[in-house]
Ligand binder design. Structure first.
Ligand code: KG4
Ligand code: ZN
Length: 335
């Protein structure tokens, strides 16, 4: 009954990250090198630059994660890395690095699905466990997933076009608020009136757990253009607040309804958008009113990180599920 220590590596987008996790729950270290400053001036992630930056810092990040955890590679039981979904050139850096380490040290290697990683962030530093219904909302994904057990998922709905975080990023850009959109919109929204402008919502019929945020984004852009043509002022704080409320309304309703449909009294959220305070408050209110228990991962585990990858890998490891060293990156990997 010895402890299991896993090194998790993440490089699917613009964070180069590594974390060391004990028994799938206890975070010994979680080192994140964010490339946000590099991509900011382009208003979004530039894939080629992301890959190059990952290559520059991956060694330092992994070494630092091991040092902070006070473990050597020899003491690690398995090495895990994200193999999809994500930017292919970015994924390849962490994946190849992880596979090379596993080969050199003769350790088991585990390829992890990034979305499963986000869901597993819920287990870090917590006793929270399946079954539950989870909303995964990030820059690349918006999913409602019924987590039946560790590693057993049923996707109840997903976005048909833009992800929730992507909508935040695109609206923030249109408002001239910078990148990434989530945090800047959240800040701007505090100064605005969320009832000021009514933007449209998609797929709101009962039992539909899919999302579409592209129509909302277009509605915001049309509103901004119309005001400009009319020579009328735009209150960007009202736009930010009204937009944020719209997204939160949709995400909260669908997650609560999905729990009802599955007759499950536990819900959780994951992914970058899960750090949104209005979403957290709203879900807490609605869950309390309906007798549903809600769990939030710590905000530092919501955005991309290595600890969540190690946590997801743990449940594969204890089932004896490992990956071959021929595992390739899969940019459109599904959960
Ligand atoms: O999970 P993540 O770090 O990377 C992906 O896997 O995509 O998520 C990043 C996304 C970005 O689109 C960012 O704008 C959004 O999460 N985000 C937020 C907040 N913080 C980050 N969206 C809404 N509110 C926030 N506070
Ligand atoms: Zn992510």
């Amino acid at each position: 009954n010895k402890d299991t220590i896993i090194l998790g590596i993440e490089s699917s987008c613009d964070e180069t990250a590594a974390g060391v996790v004990k028994n799938g729950k206890e975070v010994l270290s979680n080192v994140i090198y964010s490339q946000i400053e590099v991509h900011k001036k382009y208003g979004g992630v530039v894939p080629e630059i992301a890959s190059r930056k990952h290559i520059e810092v991956i060694s330092t990040v992994v070494v630092e994660a091991l040092e902070k955890a006070k473990v050597t590679l020899d003491e690690v039981d398995a090495i895990a890395a994200t193999y999809g979904p994500g930017l292919v050139g970015a994924l390849l850096v962490g994946l190849s690095y992880g596979k090379a380490l596993a080969y050199a040290k003769n350790k088991p290697f585990i390829g992890v699905n990034h979305i499963e990683g986000h869901i597993a962030a819920n287990y870090l530093g917590s006793e929270f466990a399946p079954p539950f219904v989870c909303l995964v909302a990030s820059g690349g994904h918006s999913h409602i997933v019924f987590v039946k057990d560790y590693g057993e998922y049923e996707v109840m709905g997903q976005t048909m076009d833009d992800a929730a975080g992507e909508a935040f990023d695109k609206v923030a850009r249109a408002l001239g608020l910078g990148y990434p959109g989530g945090p800047v919109i959240e800040r701007a929204a505090k100064l605005g009136n969320m009832e000021a402008i009514e933007f449209p919502k998609s797929f709101m019929e009962e039992g539909n757990f899919d999302f579409s945020f592209s129509g909302l984004k277009t509605a915001v852009l049309n509103y901004l253009n119309r005001q400009k043509q009319r020579g009328e002022d735009v209150n960007i704080y009202d736009v930010a607040a009204s937009f944020q409320k719209n997204v939160v309304d949709v995400l909260a309703k669908k997650l609560i309804d999905a729990a009802k449909v599955k007759k499950i009294d536990k819900i959780s959220i994951a992914g970058g958008v899960a750090s949104n305070s209005l979403l957290r408050e709203r879900l807490k209110e609605e869950a309390d009113a309906k007798g549903i228990k809600i769990h939030y991962p710590n905000k530092i585990y919501c955005t991309d990180n290595g600890a969540m990858i190690a946590a997801a890998a743990y449940y594969d490891f204890i089932k004896g599920k490992t990956s071959g060293l021929d595992l390739n990156a899969i940019p459109y990997l599904k959960i």
